[in-house]
Design a protein around this ligand. Structure first.
Ligand SMILES: Cc1ncc(COP(=O)(O)O)c(C=O)c1O
Length: 405
């Protein structure tokens, strides 16, 4: 009798590249982030109170009423001309460099840009350098192309570029270097200006492409971040940006800017992922930004996140025992906690959930198993009145765990 597909394991037929340890890391974290019974220091979600639901509904009604069918039609793979122009205008205003028309494309979010970059640049075994720690979604995206993902450590000024230089001199040959220079996920750190310049010099000397992820750049609430790496060196940088944290993630909309030949290759790669980013989201974003509403929303969002960050840092000061350290972000959503020696972060996160607080342990943010003493705290979505309570519970847990050692 023939074996039915139901009776056999489909896993045997999965492609080899699916067995590269990408695992269900992100799914686990998103599940924790979605548990509404816990105080949510886990997921890197924007707060829903920043979402422009009413404005989006008004814009859609207006566009349909005037018979603008572009909203509902397929779009060019590179993106509709209007939204590309808006992206170029905003880069000109905020990063002091305007991409030429063939240097910019619209993507279905940053994670798609990373997928297109991986597909275009990575064969099995190729090296990608990342910051240690870094965005879990990026590790997963690069690993899905069977790349060798190598983490170079960070300190208070971001990626340790001198350490990278040493490894390059010793023979490391990456195709790509991925960095989140502003208010990094998960460490909340910003790459210092002199290191940005040194990184560019290394990229030119060793011939790798810098992938600059600016997901949080527009959400600063302290000092201005240094110039973007792309603005310093558009010849060796592809920058991926997103509207997920600033407009709303439901549109799945972002952009990539970079050298003409790179953008042309990414556009070609996009033809057989989703062919085009949704026109509906592109047109809503374009109209919203053209009316100045994007900048107004950003002002409100920065105020909200600054307040939450201040409250969380204040609560950490008040409650945490002396041996705990944490970063002090000047933007974005995250602070990175270092637990006292011997307290293991995955176990800590499980115990925290049992006490009603969701946090993410550090290990998934490294490609090499480090992070056992770290925890990521996200302040973006915790109601003001729960911040002190949540940090107080985490501090009590640290004290209890230390007592058990
Ligand atoms: C650094 C970083 N890049 C990209 C993303 C995801 O962006 P998108 O929603 O555009 O795929 C996130 C979201 O968590 C992020 O933290």
């Amino acid at each position: 009798m023939a074996v039915t597909r139901e009776a056999q394991s489909w896993n045997d037929l999965f492609a080899a590249r699916t067995r590269t340890g990408v695992g269900a890391g992100l799914a686990d974290i998103l599940a924790l982030a979605g548990d509404t019974t816990l105080i949510p220091f886990a997921g890197g979600f924007p707060d829903a109170q920043t979402f422009p639901g009413a404005a989006a509904a008004t814009l859609l009604a207006e566009l349909v009423a005037v018979g603008d069918t572009s909203v509902l039609q397929y779009a060019p793979t590179q993106g509709l001309p209007g939204p590309r122009e808006v992206v170029a205008d905003r880069l000109d205003a905020h990063q002091r460099r305007r991409p030429a028309d063939d240097e910019v494309m619209v993507t279905s979010g940053t994670i798609e840009a990373l997928e297109l970059i991986g597909k275009s640049f990575l064969d099995a075994g190729d090296v990608v350098v990342v910051e240690g720690p870094t965005y879990l979604g990026a590790i997963m995206a690069f690993r899905s192309f069977e790349a060798d993902v190598v983490a170079v450590p960070m300190d208070g000024e971001g990626l340790q570029v001198d350490e990278l230089e040493g490894r390059l001199a010793a023979g490391l040959r990456p195709n790509l270097l991925y960095t989140i220079p502003d208010y990094q996920n998960p460490a909340g750190l910003t790459l210092a200006a002199d290191r940005r310049a040194e990184l560019v010099e290394l990229a030119r000397r060793y011939g790798f492409l810098i992938v600059e992820d600016v997901a949080y750049r527009e959400l600063g609430f302290g000092r201005e971040p240094p110039p973007s790496i792309w603005s310093l060196a558009p010849d060796v940088v592809v920058q991926a940006g997103t509207t997920s944290k600033t407009f709303f993630p439901g549109v799945r909309l972002g952009w990539a800017v970079g050298p003409t030949s790179v953008i042309a290759q990414l556009v070609a790669a996009k033809q057989n992922t989703d062919q085009c980013a949704g026109a509906l989201g592109q047109r809503l974003f374009e109209e919203y930004a053209r009316r100045g509403w994007m900048d107004e929303q950003l002002e409100r969002s920065r105020r909200l996140y600054r307040r939450r960050c201040d409250q969380m840092l204040g609560a950490l000061e008040r409650h945490m025992p002396g041996e705990v350290a944490w970063t002090r972000p000047e933007g974005g959503f995250f602070s990175w906690l270092t637990l006292p020696g011997g307290v293991e972060s995955a176990e800590f996160a499980r115990s925290a959930a049992a006490r009603g607080v969701a946090v993410v342990p550090g290990i998934p943010f490294f490609p090499d198993g480090r992070g056992g003493e770290n925890v990521r705290l996200s302040f973006s979505r915790v109601e003001d009145e729960l911040i002190d309570e949540g940090i107080g519970r985490l501090a009590a847990l640290v004290t209890d765990e230390k007592g058990r050692l």
